[in-house]
Write a protein that binds this ligand. Structure first.
Ligand SMILES: Nc1ncnc2c1ncn2[C@@H]1O[C@H](COP(=O)(O)OP(=O)(O)OP(=O)(O)O)[C@@H](O)[C@H]1O
Ligand SMILES: [Mg+2]
Length: 299
């Protein structure tokens, strides 16, 4: 699989503030890679560095295993800020102008209009667009240069539910055409719906990186109780698949390591003579897992 982006120990300091702290990432061709984190976790800083807008304090990154020269940047479409177009020109004229400024030889403006679903309003003045329409036109604009990668900073921010759904659908459509997407989000369900891979950031540090699927798979929580909690605790701690045990109001909350099943734990307990009075297996949502990651002190 072709490597699209690698970063190694990328850091950014603002005075004593570590906005980004030794971030290493790997993005492979075809990924829809989500950078997920709360406000101030370093998402925009990361994307800014990758696009050459912000200088890293230390660390390195490389696009397409070749580095970071201007020629490589041409293969990257980006949307970092609010879309900025001329309000008195219509959508088509704005796209044509961008194609001109970018000196594109034969821009497929109509094709991009079609893909982005802006054809209905492309002849209207940009100044009359809703936020969702503006965002769609902005995405059309990022596609003009036939990018191999799209870098999008919180692409659904500020949109209403319909606009959010539209833009997510559009991102998936773009990804289906083989374009790699790197996008930030503070919304868990967005990453769950749109992304194949995710890096979770907190205070500039990466807490997790991997497939969204695996993050979900590893997120099962099991609640167990027995009349003899001391014995239960002892036996529980002897099970090799235990990732974490927490005592909570008369029950143990257990998390299993990847690859271990709740059924294996229950048979282990029964085999070891535990009289189980309560055993509930909760399939964790990405949200629970995300909150769990953020509350942990893995720094
Ligand atoms: N130019 C700057 N000068 C000083 N501090 C900055 C600057 N830009 C960002 N920061 C700080 O760096 C940290 C990371 O900011 P960043 O904008 O990357 O976060 P973010 O994850 O994009 O947040 P949000 O979800 O609010 O967009 C924050 O603490 C922020 O205050
Ligand atoms: Mg941001």
């Amino acid at each position: 699989m072709q490597k699209i982006l690698t970063t190694e120990n990328l850091s950014k300091n603002y005075g004593i503030l570590k906005a980004l702290d030794k971030l290493s990432l790997n993005v492979t061709k075809g990924d829809v890679f989500g950078i997920l984190g709360p406000n101030g976790s370093g998402k925009t800083t990361t994307l800014g560095i990758l696009l050459g807008v912000t200088n890293a304090t230390s660390g390195s990154y490389s696009w397409f295993e070749k580095g970071k020269n201007d020629h490589l940047r041409k293969k990257i479409g980006a949307l970092l800020d609010k879309p900025n177009f001329y309000p008195h020109l219509n959508g088509f004229q704005n796209l044509a102008l961008i194609a001109d400024i970018k000196d594109l030889k034969s821009p497929k403006i109509h094709e991009k209009i079609e893909i982005s679903g802006v054809s209905k309003f492309v002849n209207r003045k940009f100044g009359t667009y809703s936020t969702g329409m503006k965002q769609r036109l902005a995405l059309a604009a990022t596609l003009l240069g036939e990018p191999e990668v799209l870098v999008l900073d919180e692409p659904t921010n500020g949109l209403d539910p319909e606009g959010i759904a539209d833009v997510r659908e559009l991102i998936l459509k773009i990804a289906n055409q083989g374009i790699t997407v790197i996008m930030s989000s503070h919304l868990l369900d967005e990453v769950q719906k749109v992304c194949t891979h995710v890096a979770v950031l907190k205070s500039g540090k990466k807490l997790y990186e991997g497939q969204v699927q695996s993050l979900l798979a590893g997120s099962d929580g099991i609640e167990i109780a027995s009349d003899n909690m001391a014995q239960l605790e002892k036996v529980l701690s002897g099970f090799i698949g235990i990732e974490q045990i927490e005592k909570k109001q008369g029950t143990f909350k257990v998390r299993l390591k990847d690859g271990f099943k709740a059924s294996e734990l229950s048979s282990f307990l029964i085999t070891n003579g535990i009289d189980i009075t309560h055993f509930s297996h909760q399939k964790g949502s990405l949200e629970q897992e995300f909150l769990h990651l953020l509350s942990e002190n893995r720094a």
